[in-house]
Design a protein around this ligand. Sequence first.
Ligand SMILES: Nc1ncnc2c1ncn2[C@@H]1O[C@H](COP(=O)(O)OP(=O)(O)O)[C@@H](O)[C@H]1O
Ligand SMILES: [Mg+2]
Length: 149
Amino acid sequence: MLLNIKNIDVAYDDYQVIWNVSLSVKEGEIVALLGPNGSGKSTVLNSISGLIKIKNGEIDFNNIPIHKFETYQRVGVGISHVLERRRVFPYLTVLQNLLLGAYHEKAKAEREKSLQDVYNFFPKLKDRKVKLQIRCLEVNSKCLQLVED
Ligand SMILES: Nc1ncnc2c1ncn2[C@@H]1O[C@H](COP(=O)(O)OP(=O)(O)O)[C@@H](O)[C@H]1O
Ligand SMILES: [Mg+2]
């Protein structure tokens, strides 16, 4: 199992929004979390990436319990979180935004190859200077990308 979320409770201060949620993602699987506005989809993703700490339960990634990790440590084991809408750094160029996606030292080692891969997927990025939605670059082969839309 790549991702295993076990019985998590999540609250913003004392306002609980997630009760006893469990879900799992196998390697190679694409899983969609569906629900109306305010039902807690983003909160589950925030819990995985560490933007909010869970109150109870456990989150394992690649058999590593990550729920006590800081967000940057979760990036280090292969988790990236693509926030909804165009959450890029608007005052940086497209290239600078892309390079930030490879900020982690594991990603830096393969930065040039990753950049070429991105340009192959999105050739227009080579010509664009600013303001474009950027996805993450993988930091290793076991990578989980959380995409909000
Ligand atoms: N930063 C926050 N502080 C307090 N409450 C929040 C915060 N973010 C979301 N909520 C509340 O948590 C609940 C779930 O929201 P959210 O996870 O954003 O739902 P979804 O992504 O499914 O629309 C909602 O009641 C929302 O108002
Ligand atoms: Mg949301």
